[in-house]
Design a protein around this ligand. Structure first.
Ligand SMILES: [Zn+2]
Length: 259
């Protein structure tokens, strides 16, 4: 099965100074490439294990988390003890933010759990896409990843979502972004995402900002048809992010007794 990992830039949204942010973005992307023990990078910030040959969206291959008979999706998590209590609070707040708006219930790891999120301060902000089985790392570095929107962003990856700008319908919908040809164009390769009838969302917490991966200060994404619309500035899940999460996990449908 596929084990795709995504490194994230979202922390940059929370910082000031557009120029500084651009430079930092490019630097950050280069810096967070995998080490010798880590999988090779493909499509820029997405890492793929060498045993993976399958490019299908993972949600059609069974990377969704299981729903229980009460209609809730319980996902165990373990938070590494190297975080301060303030940092831990930010992470827990992000985990718990899903409860009020969806059927997703992150809960602390218990003895006997066979799959869970291991949240730790690794090299940058990154997550695998979808459920991997066993322990799966969600990296939230103490240096730059401990923001509410970043926590939600990484958890949405773990739930099976990709970046908004890689959506399959990116170039075909009226409201989308175009990617100018540039050195970093491979960061924006489209994925056969399952969009579940939701429209492209500039306000998605999964959408990068206009200058993401820019090395020369020029935009890497341009919205169509209105170049002036702002995007990639979300600090928390949008209404659309929540809607598609509920659709993907069928949160609004009654639980089946057989599940
Ligand atoms: Zn990401």
């Amino acid at each position: 099965s596929e084990h795709r990992r995504v490194n994230c830039l979202l922390l940059l949204l929370c910082r000031g100074g557009r120029e500084g942010r651009d430079v930092q973005g490019a630097f950050f992307v280069n810096k967070i490439g995998p080490g010798v023990d880590e999988p090779p990078l493909a499509e820029g910030d997405i890492a793929v294990r060498t045993d993976n040959k399958n490019a299908d969206p993972c949600t059609s291959r069974g990377c969704l988390w299981n729903k229980w008979t009460d209609g809730k999706v319980y996902i165990p998590y373990y938070i590494a003890n190297h975080y301060s209590s303030r940092e831990r609070d930010i992470i827990v707040r992000g985990l718990e933010s899903f409860s009020g708006v969806s059927c997703i219930r992150f809960r602390p790891y218990q003895n006997g759990d066979y799959e869970w999120l291991s949240i730790e301060s690794g090299d940058g902000c990154w997550s695998y896409v979808g459920r991997q089985g066993g322990s799966q790392t969600v990296s939230l570095s103490r240096q730059g990843c401990l923001y509410h929107g970043t926590v939600q962003h990484e958890l949405l990856h773990a739930l099976g979502f990709n970046h908004e700008q890689t959506r399959s319908d990116r170039d075909t919908q009226q409201h989308n972004v175009s990617v100018p040809s540039a050195d970093m164009k491979y960061n924006f390769n489209k994925i056969a995402t399952l969009n579940q009838g939701t429209s492209y969302d500039y306000g998605s917490v999964m959408q990068y900002h206009r200058y993401a991966f820019s090395k020369n200060g020029l935009p890497t994404m341009v919205p169509i048809p209105n170049n002036n619309v702002s995007f990639g500035e979300a600090t928390q899940m949008s209404r659309n992010d929540i809607d598609r999460l509920n659709r993907l996990y069928k949160c609004c449908e009654a639980a089946s007794p057989s599940e």
